[in-house]
Design a protein. Structure first.
Lengths: 256, 211
């Protein structure tokens, strides 16, 4: 595969208050072996050398584990590949002469800060509302592995815990719903004995915070599951619905 | 309950499943008309006089109203959750047509429902003295090709609505299980075809009979 020339249409937005606009850029001689973010690095090097403002985009580990990179690439969260983050996407997934659209996640609850960077602190606040377990660290803390857990439950909890909180589910959902993220965070604890203790309170508080942040309502289109780089299953949303219903109807826990 | 996003989807799912039971009974009664006037009129009389059915019709009306109002409210809220739309979006890569156009198929069915109430419900409930005239009314209405066309379009809409709605209701209520969900999805698929083809073919049968 030879090197490629591409046309990029990229969302540029000065700051949260400004209106954004799509700008067109040309990049030349891009190696098919380079990653998508390396391709943007090349573009930014060119922009800097021309004394232009480089394109702001989020990235950190560049190995698909931190959940920092985002980007809505040609109509898909994290681009056309399944099960990968943007940083794991390579230019071999594109063809010479392609026009690629690059946009930020679009959600009222995740406003654009600059160009392609969005504020995902809504996820942090949802986590703070209940995405934890309370453990007494007095020095007599019991070894978590001392409690026998069925292999199936452990696997499901682990699969849910694979969520990196990147926000692709929100970005791709036609309703801008955060239910896949929240359900993964609810499920990873709800499936384990250590998490059961606070399960009712957790689901009430996390769902309450999710709604408060202005995310949309889930209508079960299933787009989130398809685009999730970590393959978080829709089963988690059904589990959260069950957890929420039983917490609301049966438990005496209240929000707060 | 409807103050949380999960409460709202539970309300949508429950009312949806309730309306599904209604549409099943309705199709059954309609299919009586294929046998003949006596059976259909008898079915019509049963529906029009049975005290349980007579009570349930108010619950049914409430079910429709809640489902419709909640559906519109959800659509408005969901639109507001993304004030700036994508310049380039490819939703067909990750979701079904039916799941993305629920409000459109829903509104189509609502518009048809209004027409349908005017043409069938009002005359049967308030104008006919006995139930002997109901079959004649059905034959008369279905002899109009424009009405039959609108009828078939509406039921294609309902069929698409159910293609997503049936299995979605189960997911919303948390009834997702590796043993049963594949069956529920298949049943939903069969059901949406049965409703779409069932109602349409009955209308077409009476239209071609009237020629």
């Amino acid at each position: 595969m030879s090197n490629m020339n591409l046309t990029l249409k990229i969302w540029r937005q000065k700051d949260a208050q400004s209106k954004g606009v799509m700008e067109t850029y040309e990049v030349k001689d891009i190696s098919p072996d380079s990653s998508f973010l390396e391709m943007l690095d090349v573009l930014n090097e060119n922009l800097v050398s021309q004394k232009q403002e480089p394109i702001a985009f989020d990235h950190d580990c560049r190995e698909g584990i931190c959940g920092t990179c985002s980007l809505y690439i040609s109509g898909r969260a994290h681009g056309p590949m399944r099960g990968v983050t943007t940083c794991q996407l390579h230019m071999r997934s594109f063809k010479d002469g392609d026009t690629i659209y690059i946009e930020p996640w679009r959600s009222k609850a995740m406003p654009v800060i600059k160009d392609l960077i969005v504020d995902r602190s809504a996820f942090d606040r949802i986590q703070q509302a209940g995405g934890f377990i309370s453990v007494n660290t007095s020095g007599n803390t019991q070894d978590a592995n001392g409690i026998p857990i069925p292999k199936g439950d452990a696997d499901k909890a682990f699969d849910a815990a694979a969520c990196i909180g990147c926000g692709a589910c929100v970005a791709t959902c036609k309703n801008g719903s955060a239910m896949l993220f929240v359900s993964a965070k609810v499920s990873q604890f709800a499936l384990l004995p250590q998490g059961r203790v606070e399960a009712a309170k957790r689901v009430l508080n996390m769902v309450h915070q999710m709604d408060k942040e202005g995310f949309g309502n889930c209508t079960n289109t299933g787009a989130c599951e398809v685009e999730c780089p970590k393959g978080i299953s829709l089963e988690n949303i059904a589990r959260m619905n069950r957890e929420y219903l039983s917490a609301k109807v049966v438990s005496d826990e209240k929000i707060g | 309950m409807s103050y949380s996003s999960i409460g709202r989807k539970v309300v949508m799912g429950l009312t949806g499943l309730f309306l599904i039971t209604f549409i099943t009974i309705h199709l059954l009664i309609n299919s009586f008309s294929l046998v003949g006037p006596e059976l259909f009129n008898a079915g019509s009389k049963f529906m029009g006089t049975n005290p349980v059915i007579q009570t349930m019709q108010y619950v049914l009306a409430l079910g429709f109203i809640i489902h419709i109002i909640m559906g519109i409210r959800l659509t408005i809220q969901n639109n507001a959750a993304r004030p700036i739309k994508y310049v380039h979006n490819d939703p067909s890569a990750n979701s079904t047509f039916s799941s993305r156009y629920m409000i459109f198929t829903g509104v189509l069915v609502l518009l048809f429902l209004i027409l349908h109430l005017k043409d069938f419900f009002v005359p049967i409930k308030f104008e006919h003295g006995t139930f002997g005239e109901d079959y004649d009314l059905l034959v008369r209405v279905f002899s109009n090709p424009l009405y039959v066309f609108i009828y078939v379009v509406a039921f294609v809409g309902l069929s698409i609505h159910l293609h997503h709605g049936f299995q979605s209701a189960f997911q919303s209520l948390g009834w997702n299980h590796p043993k049963y969900t594949p069956f529920v999805k298949k049943l939903g698929l069969v059901f949406c075809y049965v409703v779409g083809i069932g109602f349409s073919s009955i209308a077409l049968f009476h239209y071609f009979n009237s020629l």
